[in-house]
Design a protein around this ligand. Structure first.
Ligand code: AMP
Ligand code: ZN
Length: 429
């Protein structure tokens, strides 16, 4: 199903022509922003110099540090009166990154979500329970207005307790949820412990998961446990929040809405483009924003472009699920490790539960605390020792180093209300 078939299936020349027009307009708009004006002057660059979308490479990068340095409103491209909404992303320490929305930006953000929901078959007959946090985080409000645009009945549940989520799902026959993958795993455990079989007592059919990296194994785990189709939803505050890239029904990569974002994949070390299909850092330019467009934003998210057309007929290119953030990479005993590698191993083992924590201590000691699945412990300690050995071996094969594995009871590891914190690094290096 299409929300806006003509735009979603624009052929390549038409899509590029639209990108070029919008990219030029954006550069023109950014001449009002001292941060960008200075960079354009230094490079002797004018909007007319942009002759194709590929000329985006002539423009300067923007980094998270630039957003923080220009906090609160140094990158605002319209007058204050034209701003309708503010969102921020906290991320690491220090000042947040602020993003402003004009009226048109608010509407566009909702439209992109509507496209995304529609392409997975969500309709006005659906009951949409948004279990993401409402407030400065975009996952609440931006998704909310997109689902309303489709005409769903939206339940703004927020992150609340699992008891309350379940009650809402049962009483209002929720069919679609928007949920963090880490919370979806926790919620699956909660239902299992309560003896609730979602296939029998709930009306759930789809889950949109995003806002944090997760693996294909995690998707399958959630699908099996909740009896739903799980779709990957990617976004970031700097680019509206959710709705930047979404999976279609084929579930093979996420379409980036290229009429709104110019997409590049670069080598994070050199800043140079990688060959099509090769992994690298995703760089996005917002070409359809008014209040605060950003040029060549370094997302730090690692992915690759999936070459070739998609069976759904949409022409907007697809990216692979995010394999991690370049700043998430851990270096342990000289080995580069992404938390996703560990998750992939754990989620592929049925005896293993749905929560884990990576701890780094001392000089370079890595312990992976792993919850057992609620049904795994049969009281025989010998079995546990064997399982622990198995997990250590599988991790060794994946990581090329052998971490210590601690098996812990289901439900005993901390669960964050927002995005999961999977790594605690207390190394004294
Ligand atoms: P925020 O600005 O707080 O919404 O955080 C945005 C960041 O969350 C992105 O840059 C990614 O690192 C991460 N993220 C969002 N959606 C996904 C997703 N579907 N898969 C992996 N990481 C994601
Ligand atoms: Zn598709």
């Amino acid at each position: 199903m299409f929300w806006h078939e003509q735009i979603e299936t624009l052929d390549c020349p038409a899509l590029q022509a639209l990108q070029l027009k919008r990219l030029r307009e954006t550069v023109g708009r950014l001449e009002r922003v001292p941060f960008y004006r200075g960079k354009f002057l230094a490079a002797g660059l004018k909007p007319e110099d942009i002759k194709s979308p590929a000329d985006v490479r002539r423009l300067p990068f923007t980094t998270a540090a630039d957003l923080r340095e220009n906090y609160p409103d140094g990158l605002l491209a319209v007058s204050r009166e034209e701003v309708l909404r503010l969102h921020t992303s906290s991320g690491t320490t220090g000042k947040p990154k602020a993003l402003f929305f004009s009226r048109r930006d608010v509407e566009t953000a909702a439209e992109l979500i509507a496209r995304a929901l529609c392409m997975t078959g969500v309709t006005r007959r659906d009951v949409f329970q948004n279990m993401m946090s409402y407030g400065l985080f975009t996952g609440g409000l931006v998704m909310h207005y997109g689902a309303e645009k489709v005409g769903c009945m939206v339940i703004p549940a927020g992150p609340g307790t699992s008891e309350r989520q379940l009650l809402l799902m049962q009483d209002f026959r929720t069919t679609v949820v928007h949920i963090l993958p880490s919370y979806a795993l926790y919620f699956a455990d909660f239902l299992e412990k309560k003896g609730v079989d979602p296939r029998k007592s709930l009306a759930l059919r789809k889950a949109f998961v995003g806002a944090e990296p997760h693996t294909e194994e995690t998707r399958r785990n959630i699908e099996a446990a909740l009896g739903v189709d799980v779709y990957n939803s990617y976004g970031l505050t700097e680019m509206n929040g959710p709705g930047v890239a979404f999976e279609c029904e084929g579930k093979c990569g996420m379409h980036v809405w290229e009429d709104n974002f110019v997409l590049e994949i670069i080598n994070p070390a050199t800043g140079e483009p990688v060959a099509d299909g090769q992994p690298g850092e995703l760089v996005l330019t917002s070409i359809n924003r008014e209040a605060m467009p950003l040029l060549r934003y370094r997302t730090r998210d690692l992915t690759s472009i999936i070459p070739g057309p998609c069976a759904c007929g949409r022409t907007h290119r697809r990216i692979h699920r995010i394999t991690g953030r370049s700043d998430d990479m851990l270096i342990v005993r000289g080995v580069n490790i992404f938390p996703q590698q560990i998750e992939r191993v754990l989620m592929g083992m049925p005896q293993i539960g749905r929560n884990y924590l990576i701890q780094l201590e001392g000089l370079d000691d890595m312990t992976v605390k792993v919850e057992l699945s609620p049904a795994a412990f049969d009281g025989q300690v010998g079995h546990l020792a064997e399982l622990q050995h198995q997990v250590e071996e599988k991790l060794r094969a994946e990581l090329w180093l052998r971490p210590k594995v601690d098996l812990v009871a289901s439900g005993s590891l901390p669960v964050a209300e927002g995005k999961a914190k999977r790594v605690i690094d207390k190394r004294s290096l």
